[in-house]
Ligand binder design. Structure first.
Ligand code: FES
Length: 120
């Protein structure tokens, strides 16, 4: 079993306990980043946990993830470095910027793609 280090950077602008801070957690290769974060007491936004709704979207700043379990994820999302943490398994050490649902929804709209189950 390979375990990777995943740095979760929380933007200053969000209403969250860790706003403006980063936490580094360990995530096994067969584990989803969101679940590993929650197990480490880092509570990130999520809803469907199936790679559908985009609530858990984040920006991948560094590294590679496996999204094969996502119900709705597009190649253009990957090229824009937007990831869904609920179905993202690490394939390297990662750095991610959390709380990026708005960016994901804007990106999907700009590419004429379905947004997922939007909350806005
Ligand atoms: S929680 Fe719905 S896509 Fe991740």
């Amino acid at each position: 079993m390979i375990t990777y280090e995943v740095e979760l950077a929380v933007p200053e602008t969000v209403d969250a306990d860790l706003a403006g801070e980063s936490r580094t957690i360990e995530v096994d290769e067969d584990e989803y980043v969101l679940a590993a974060a929650r197990a480490a007491d880092v509570w990130l936004p999520a809803d469907c946990q199936q790679g559908w709704c985009t609530t858990c979207a984040a920006e991948l700043l560094e590294g590679e993830v496996d999204h094969s379990a996502a119900k709705r994820y597009y190649d253009v999302d990957r090229r824009a470095d937007l990831v869904l943490l609920c179905v993202a398994k690490p394939r390297s050490d990662l750095r991610v910027l959390t709380h990026q649902q708005e960016a994901m929804l804007d990106h999907r709209a700009a590419n004429s793609l379905p947004p997922g189950r939007s909350k806005r």
